[in-house]
Design a protein around this ligand. Structure first.
Ligand SMILES: [Zn+2]
Ligand SMILES: [Zn+2]
Length: 266
C-alpha cells in the first residue's frame, strides 16, 4: 500500500482544498497514509505569490490536526515542501522548530539569480530566451545536487522539474543525471517519482524513465507522490508510477513519522 506525501492546500494561494478533503480522497483511494506538504512560508511574506504566509502556519498545522480527527483510520503526516536556497540554512533551522514535522521535502524551484523555473510567468516574460536550455539545465541540476548533498531533507522532490515546459537539451542527458545519482549514493538521500508531470506540459513523470533507471542503480528507495494541488489528484496515476518505478529497478519506498524513516516494499 502506497502513501502520498506530496500534497498542497489552499493556503499556498494556487491550490484548492483543505487537508480534510485530501484525507477523504486518500482514504477513498485506499492509500496507507497521507502527507500534507504545502509550500513553506518564508521570513518575508512578499518573497513570492505562491506559498503560505508565515502567519498562516498555525492554521496549517491545525488543519492537518482536523484531518487526523476526521479520519482516525488514516495516518495523516505533517510535512512541508521547502524551497532549497543556497543561503536558506538559517531559515530552515527556524522552520524546523516551528512544528512537530513528520518530514520535510527539499525542492529546487529557484535558480541562483532568483527565478523560479517552473513558474509559467517566465514564459511570457521571455526569461528562457536569455540563456540556452543547456545553461538553465546546468544551473538547475547543480542546485539540485546541492539540495541533495545538504542532507537537510527527508526526501527531495521532482528531480527534473526543469523540463516542465518542454525545454530539453540535446545529447546524452546522463551528464545531468549522473552527478545527482552520485549525490544520492554518497548521502543516502531519497528522491521522488512525481506524477504531476503526467498531467502537465512535461508529458511524463518526474524524473524521466532514463533518469529513474540511473537513480535506481544506487539502491535507494523512491517516494511516489502526486503533488496534488486539488483533492481529486491525490494518488493520481500511482498504478502507472509503481510500474515505472519497478521497471527502473526500485524495490522499496519510505514512510516518515517524526522525521524517522521507515522502509517498506513497493
Ligand atoms: Zn505548488
Ligand atoms: Zn514543487
Amino acid at each position: 500500500m502506497l502513501s502520498d506525501y506530496h500534497t498542497h492546500t489552499e493556503l499556498c494561494r494556487h491550490a484548492d482544498g483543505w487537508p480534510v478533503a485530501y484525507a477523504a480522497a486518500a482514504a477513498a483511494r485506499g492509500l496507507a497514509e497521507l502527507g500534507c506538504s504545502d509550500h513553506n512560508p518564508m521570513k518575508d511574506d512578499d518573497f513570492d505569490e505562491w506559498r503560505m504566509a508565515l502567519g498562516d502556519l498555525p492554521r496549517y498545522v491545525d488543519a492537518v490536526e482536523e484531518a487526523r480527527a476526521a479520519h482516525p483510520g488514516l495516518p495523516v503526516r505533517l510535512g512541508l515542501e521547502v524551497d532549497y536556497l543556497d543561503d536558506g540554512g538559517a531559515w530552515l533551522d527556524a522552520l524546523e522548530g516551528m512544528a512537530r514535522w513528520d518530514y520535510l521535502i527539499g525542492s529546487v524551484h529557484y535558480l541562483p539569480g532568483g527565478w523560479d523555473v517552473d513558474n509559467p510567468k517566465w514564459l511570457a516574460l521571455g526569461r528562457w530566451e536569455q540563456q540556452t536550455v543547456d545553461e538553465v539545465w546546468t544551473a538547475y541540476f547543480a542546485a539540485y545536487e546541492r539540495c541533495v548533498r545538504s542532507r537537510r531533507f527527508d526526501f527531495c522532490a521532482h528531480p527534473d522539474l526543469v523540463k516542465k515546459f518542454g525545454h530539453r537539451p540535446g545529447g546524452d542527458l546522463r551528464r545531468y543525471y549522473d552527478p545527482v545519482a552520485q549525490a544520492v549514493a554518497d548521502t543516502g538521500a531519497i528522491l521522488e517519482l512525481n506524477t504531476a508531470g503526467l498531467r502537465n506540459s512535461a508529458g511524463e513523470q518526474y524524473p524521466s524513465q532514463e533518469f529513474l533507471a540511473v537513480l535506481a542503480q544506487t539502491g535507494a528507495p523512491i517516494m511516489i507522490s502526486s503533488d496534488a494541488h486539488r483533492p481529486e489528484d491525490v494518488g493520481r496515476d500511482f498504478d502507472r508510477a509503481v510500474a515505472l518505478a519497478k521497471e527502473a529497478g526500485f524495490r522499496q519506498t519510505a514512510r516518515f513519522c517524526g522525521r524517522e524513516r521507515m522502509l517498506v516494499p513497493l
